[in-house]
Design a protein around this ligand. Structure first.
Ligand code: NAI
Ligand code: MG
Length: 501
């Protein structure tokens, strides 16, 4: 790989001034009750970008009160769906008008590639809002054919005040993926972005206000997980929590919900997804896809295809290709359009990934490439490929959430199905083969929520997304996600106006 150092990002883009650093409650940017702030750091330079208001329990209480009032008395849940659609479309247009600034915020805050932010993350965020805007006036119940002398129908009503707790790896897409369907459903909400990447969430709050989304409908509280985040999951007046993040914290969220008001939760958690390559593929093409599968977004993606199973007939050839291709993978400043991989999100994640790499080395795996930090300043790590990995090694079992690939050899379809499923996770799987029978058999046998055949990261707002097993439950994206934010009311009445018991 190439590691570019001492890059000058100002050569590629004008980094915007940070405009929003306060909590967004009831349509206003306000300081936290305690007056405390925290630093958000640029992972390229390890320098502080801005000080952000540090929300805690009292701030969550204020935000929930605003959201509750907006739900119980405000126009949002009561307005016709087509009116919600109109305001959401305006919101989406404003996102498009600010693509470069939003992309730059996610790059300085999270080390994400600016070039991709501009053409993918931010435009697709606007499209996700549009997708759900289009659903806002098509939320229907059913007319039921009852077994007795009754007529009945169901109403799909908004679930109420939603708490969204989101992670740092896709700050923009996570925000709209949660907020979009909840807005369409007529819910009001409090969003807590990750403490590593608070900047774009506050900007989205500003745009939502400009679009005319009423005050109190969308509140954003920046702050830490164990304080502001925990105050959401245990709040008595939040009706639903939608969480994306680690499996450990997902468990805490569920416990807190159970111990408070029994609010339903949806969890989208970690993964350790298999990327399975059969003998009959075009090795050159699949090697490119495998690199993307492990190193896209610096490996900080819950569906990373980091367990690469290669059938024995092409194993050696595949490794040669991989070694050749990884040489042209460029690590460097994420504002540079030539770069494939920017810095990891923060020091903690950087240290965690490097310690997994040490486990790989000591555990007996063979290093095919990388294995070291990339550069002196910033949280850069070389794209790292281990071969001769066995299923019991830590690097093959635990989610690393960094640019680390483990390559393993297999012989038969039955064997690879068994090994691919031998994990507590079940988020995604990639199956590379031209044999339809193999593709069908394996896709139906893998216990995971998303299967990609001859592609990887084929995300779409219309494709439901979520996990089996300890990768969580319920679905983001697609019309399935609307159901997370709706509840069903059944209404029955006698047909002939006769008293009926
Ligand atoms: P995390 O699970 O701690 O953070 C996710 C969100 O949960 C953040 O907004 C955080 O502030 C909040 N949070 C933390 N503690 C909380 C609590 N007690 N109650 C309520 N909310 C809380 O993830 P973290 O520590 O940033 O990353 C650790 C590992 O988690 C990563 O290395 C990766 O393996 C995994 N992860 C998975 C993600 C996914 O997309 N499924 C996203 C981020 C991390
Ligand atoms: Mg940051």
């Amino acid at each position: 790989m190439t590691v570019l150092s001492n890059d000058n990002p100002e050569a590629y883009v004008k980094i915007p001034k940070i405009k929003f650093t306060k909590l967004f409650i009831n349509g206003e940017f306000v300081d936290s009750v305690s007056g405390k702030t925290f630093e958000t750091v640029d992972p390229r330079t390890e320098e502080v970008i801005a000080r952000i208001a540090e929300g805690d329990k009292e701030d969550i209480d204020l935000a929930v009160k605003a959201a509750r009032d907006a739900f119980d008395h405000g126009p949002w849940p009561r307005m016709p769906g087509c009116e919600r659609r109109r305001l959401m479309l305006k919101f989406a247009d404003l996102i498009n008008e600010n693509v470069e600034e939003l992309a730059a915020l996610d790059t300085v805050d999270g080390g994400k590639l600016y070039s991709l932010g501009k053409i993918r993350d931010i435009p697709s965020s606007a499209e996700i809002i549009r997708y759900y805007a289009g659903a806002a006036d098509k939320i229907h119940g059913a007319t039921l054919k009852m077994s007795r002398d009754l007529q009945a129908y169901t109403l799909h009503e908004p679930v109420g005040v939603v708490g969204h707790i989101i992670p740092w790896n896709f700050p923009s897409q996570m925000f709209v993926m949660k907020v979009g369907p909840a807005l369409a459903a007529g819910c009001t909400m409090v969003v807590k972005p990750a403490e590593q990447t608070p900047l774009s969430a506050l900007y989205y709050a500003h745009l939502a206000k400009l679009a005319g989304i009423p005050d109190g409908v969308l509140n954003v509280i920046t702050g830490y997980g164990s304080t502001a985040g925990a105050a959401i999951s245990s709040h008595m007046d939040i009706d639903k929590v939608s969480f994306t993040g680690s499996t450990e914290v997902g468990r805490l969220v569920m416990q807190a919900a159970a111990a408070s008001n029994l609010k339903p939760v949806s969890l989208e958690l970690g993964g350790k997804s298999p990327f399975i390559i059969f003998d009959d593929v075009d090795v050159d093409k699949v090697a490119d896809l495998a690199l993307q599968g492990s190193f896209y977004n610096k490996g900080e993606i819950c569906v990373a295809g980091s367990r690469v199973f290669v059938q024995e007939g092409i194993y050696d050839k595949f490794l040669i290709k991989l070694a050749e291709k990884v040489k042209s993978w460029v690590v460097g400043d994420p504002f540079n359009p030539e770069v494939h991989q920017g810095p990891q999100v923060d020091k903690q994640q950087y240290d965690k990934i490097l310690s997994y790499i040490e486990h790989g080395k000591k555990g007996g795996a063979t290093l095919l490439s990388g294995g070291k930090p990339g550069g002196e300043k910033g949280y850069y790590i070389e794209p790292t490929i281990f071969t001769d990995v066995t299923d019991d090694m830590i690097i093959a079992k635990e989610e690393i959430f960094g640019p680390v690939m483990s390559v393993m050899k297999f012989k038969t379809v039955e064997e690879v199905i068994k090994r691919a499923n031998a994990t507590k996770y079940g988020l995604a799987a990639g199956i590379m083969t031209n044999d339809l029978n193999t593709a069908n058999t394996v896709s139906r046998s893998i216990r995971a929520g998303v299967i990609w055949i001859n592609c990887y990261f084929a995300f779409d707002r219309d494709l439901p997304y979520g996990g089996y097993k300890m990768s969580g439950f319920e679905r983001d994206f697609g019309l399935e996600a609307l159901n997370k934010y709706l509840q069903v009311k059944s209404v029955a009445t006698p047909i002939h106006n006769s008293p009926w018991l």
